[in-house]
Design a protein around this ligand. Sequence first.
Ligand code: SF4
Length: 333
Amino acid sequence: ESDLIAVRGLRVSFGSDAGVARVLDGVDLTIRRGEIMGLVGESGCGKTTLARSILGILPPHATRIEAGEIRFEGRDLLGLGEKTLASEIRGRAIAYIPQDPFTAFNPVFTIGTQIDDLMRFKSPLLRGGALSGRDRRRQDRARVLELLRMVQLPDPEGVLRKYPHEVSGGQRQRLMIAMALLPEPQLVIADEPTTALDVTVQAQILTLLKRLAREHGVAVLFTTHDLGTAYEICDRITVMYAGQEVEEAPVASFFDAPSHPYTRKLLDSLPSSENGIRGIAGEIPRLIDPPSGCRFHPRCERATEECRTTRPPPEAVAAGHTVRCHHPLEGGA
Ligand code: SF4
């Protein structure tokens, strides 16, 4: 297994009238080829900022990348110019499936027109260039229909003639997955891709995403606040807390023997049959003035003086399982 992407020591801050918020502060993340990595944490923990940093789509105003690197296939994406990112990486080698697929479509054009445009810019089929215009269009259309069948859209020809508002949310998300896979990417970033959908459709979309990732050997970075969802589809999970990663593990080890007290609390807060979700005591820290040392210390029952002063380094507790905690749990308790 080899690393496809390695984020090291990434520090990103956002400026606002209230001050500077360190939204990512020394984050490490590794995604291997072909694996589904779940990036899990409460809202505001930095998972979306991390996903957007990899895509190079952080809001330009008031954002500063202060330190770190994002190595993709050996190249540091932070060192590439916008032109290279746009022409070689974003939407090509690294594709994106957004939370709300509706905003990704232009309401005034049919879905077919929008996919044709995308085809013209992104399809690897076009690189050869030996085909005449008509043959190329025919080949492109055949490839699009193949992709739409692959994402199990009923009546693919009919869908291409429709406008975005004429198809359901679930169908739009299937279209987004098809469009993301069109350039044959190595990594797909799916940022809470099922949040806008109802539960039954969510499950269908997740199953589809997992199957396609497996069949195409595509790695997926899947952000979610829901551990149950991560359990369903991920190979490994990284937990983020207040702008830092705190634990990374293969899914079995993660659920059998969580090592970080925050992970334990997240697992304990999973909905237990009819009782609904139990919250975690204490508040998510303000990132303008975060707690010193381990950022979780104000909410942690195991905290000691060392926790209040020093950020724990990553330590291996089992094969492929690392945790940042001075007093990790053993055997999950
Ligand atoms: Fe708790 Fe200390 Fe571990 Fe942080 S480092 S999670 S405060 S025990």
